[in-house]
Write a protein of this length. Structure first.
Ligand code: ADP
Ligand code: MG
Length: 215
């Protein structure tokens, strides 16, 4: 059975309204497969080409899973570059424009850290970062993961290529180990280090591969 509409994915009216405003008429293949799994609490490894709509595939469940009344970081997203972190932040802001003031904060190198600390302290709920700056905030204690419910690595293979493997693993050690934190990785390829991270940190991950169908 294939999903035809976003409404069939069981999304909130707020998010459906944002999607309509953005002109997203129907879910792409990766969105149709990933969103229900994430809403149901699964860990997911997603493989799909560029331009298949992966950002909304993780941003929509991230928004739906965030408790707007809780001023704590609940979702952490990692991207290989600052440009991507800024782009992902923008897409989450658009998708949550009717959700009533979700606080999404990007953290990346090259921007003054005091600005980011203030933004986090204002009650960040979703943080989108690059690994180096994220670890900096974790070490300073300005970013705390004790209320985290979801961690997402976008372009995970690209992060490996840029030498972020140890950072990726270090970030995961900061979460409360007794707490179930759902994990999603998107990666165009699945080299051995990705399989090792999956084995160490994911619980019964579901793998999804989309061969084609860019937007
Ligand atoms: P990827 O991360 O897989 O490379 P993006 O998430 O950046 O892809 O999406 C590629 C483009 O497609 C973006 O411009 C995005 O706004 C658009 N897009 C994503 N999902 C949909 C959809 N369901 N309907 C229409 N356009 C979409
Ligand atoms: Mg992408």
């Amino acid at each position: 059975m294939s999903v035809q509409t976003f409404a069939e994915l069981g999304l909130s009216d707020d998010v459906l309204e944002s999607l309509q405003k953005m002109g997203f008429e129907a879910p792409t293949a990766i969105q149709a497969q990933t969103i229900p799994l994430l809403l149901n609490g699964h860990d997911v490894l997603g493989q799909a080409q560029t331009g298949t709509g992966k950002t909304a595939a993780f941003a929509i469940p991230a928004i739906e899973k965030t408790d707007a009344s809780l001023n704590e970081v609940q979702v952490l997203i990692q991207c290989p570059t600052r440009e991507l972190a800024i782009q992902v932040t923008g897409e989450i802001q658009k998708l949550s424009s009717y959700t009533g003031g979700l606080r999404v904060v990007p953290v990346y190198g090259g921007q003054h850290i005091s600005h980011q600390i203030k933004a986090i302290n204002r009650g960040a709920q979703i943080v989108v970062g690059t690994p180096g700056r994220t670890i900096d905030h974790l070490k300073r204690g300005t970013l705390k993961l004790n209320h985290l419910s979801m961690v997402i690595f976008d372009e995970a293979d690209e992060m490996l290529n840029m030498g972020f493997r140890e950072d990726m693993e270090e970030i995961l050690t900061y979460k409360d180990q007794a707490r179930r934190v759902q994990m999603l990785m998107f990666s165009a390829t699945v080299p051995k280090p990705i399989r090792e991270i999956m084995k160490r940190f994911m619980v019964d991950p579901v793998s999804i591969t989309i061969e084609r169908s860019p937007v």
